[in-house]
Write a protein that binds this ligand. Sequence first.
Ligand code: ADP
Length: 285
Amino acid sequence: LICGLARHEWQLNNEQVTLNKKLGEGQFGEVHKGKLKTSVFTPPVIVAVKTLHQNHLSANEKILFLKEANVMLTLAHPNVIKFYGVCTMKEPIMIVMEFCDGSSLEDVLLSKESKVSSEDKILYLFHAACGIDYLHRKHVIHRDIAARNCLLNSKKVLKISDFGLSVKGVAIKERKGGCLPVKYMAPETLKKGFYSTASDIYSYGALVYEVYTDGKTPFESCGLRGNELRKAIIGKSVILTIDVECPEFVKAIFEQSRLYDTEQRISSKRIIEIFKEEAGMHELD
Ligand code: ADP
């Protein structure tokens, strides 16, 4: 499996990883809470372990994924889930990452028990922009920005997860039922399969929409799905609007992130500046 690739720091031994409670079902396999032993001198680290079902990726795609792992290991930012490494010795492949002791932003938005406050909405969107900006500075395009891929910890820190898994769009095509996340995708991606930092920003706009509509899925009420929706987005016959109470500056960010022309679309850098200017936000160390 790993022929042609030298052994890297991110290649962990199965003996280093212990699987505990199942946390959820992922697109490629299961997610467990677990422990990672890094040295005999230090206590094990609590981690989240994602298993990758072998039949989901071809041998070539696995090599691509492992190469991508090299990039992921160099990433370190408070708003991005830390990647520790992969176990490739036995099937299924296991991806070992930072454990987040909270729920996904989607679950929090959809929760019937408590509403997300206006302050927290701004905080989460600011954190998401900081995480995306960091990834973009590292030349990583996420390709699947959505509330379900943002995790929150108990200290209200949002962390972007699932980055780098969608190697050249391969993983996205492998979704359950073979359907693409059309509702979140930029017109240029729907049209020609182009992914860029700008297409991530377009999806960030969908995230803003989710946050202000208590977790509504974009285009849910337009009655179109799949290929019909794809055509409607490309042909501009449907557009996403926020018709609920939302600060003006957030609405402006939303509108500028949803522009059809990628050149005109707002950057993550500018989004961060606006949050700092308008809401006095500070980046985490
Ligand atoms: P996929 O995007 O492949 O469908 P997810 O990344 O959403 O899979 O994982 C499924 C579930 O596992 C999530 O909803 C979340 O509850 C849990 N999970 C995933 N990653 C972590 C993590 N790093 N820390 C804690 N829980 C996690």
